[in-house]
Design a protein around this ligand. Structure first.
Ligand code: SME
Length: 149
């Protein structure tokens, strides 16, 4: 789907330019991304020890903790790769935080040593909502965040 990532990324760059607090920046980034068409839940899971813990997000209440290798987020972290899920009901081990989510994209975000520091998770209420274009744009957001960590 075509989304106005250009405007979102420009907004993210501006809002984070003079702010050094990571939680403040992730909060505003999730708010900016939530404005994009079809984003039902958008937020960050932060690596803390051997778990992911939910961080700033926009959308309904979500699972607080996800173990490494579990769910789409835990696999993205473990395998250090973006995952596009066309239909969450067909993804083995998918963790359903909301019964409304139908498709999902998860992007790992790296620190300067190339360790995964967090993942960015976006859910949609429609099937097959995300494609390679979304992956590329959200990875660009991830690269901006790497510089903010
Ligand atoms: N579906 C994710 C869990 C997080 S929620 O979607 C917000 C997963 O399988 O990792």
């Amino acid at each position: 789907m075509v989304r106005d990532y250009k405007t979102a990324i420009s907004h993210i760059t501006g809002v984070t330019a003079n702010e050094c607090d990571l939680i403040a920046n992730l909060s505003n980034i999730s708010a900016i991304l939530k404005e994009l068409d079809g984003f039902f839940w958008v937020g960050f899971y932060l690596v803390k020890g051997d778990e992911l813990v939910v961080g700033p997000f926009q959308g309904p209440v979500a699972c607080s903790r996800i173990a490494r290798g579990k769910g789409v987020c835990g696999i993205s972290w473990e395998e250090k790769r973006a995952i596009v899920v066309e239909n969450v009901h067909e993804f083995p081990g998918h963790i359903a935080c909301s019964p409304e989510s139908q498709s999902e994209i998860v992007i790992p975000i790296f620190d300067e040593n190339e360790n995964v520091a967090m993942v960015l998770d976006v859910d949609s209420r429609k099937l097959n909502e995300f494609d390679a274009g979304d992956q590329k744009a959200l990875e660009e957001v991830g690269e901006i965040i790497t510089k903010l960590i």
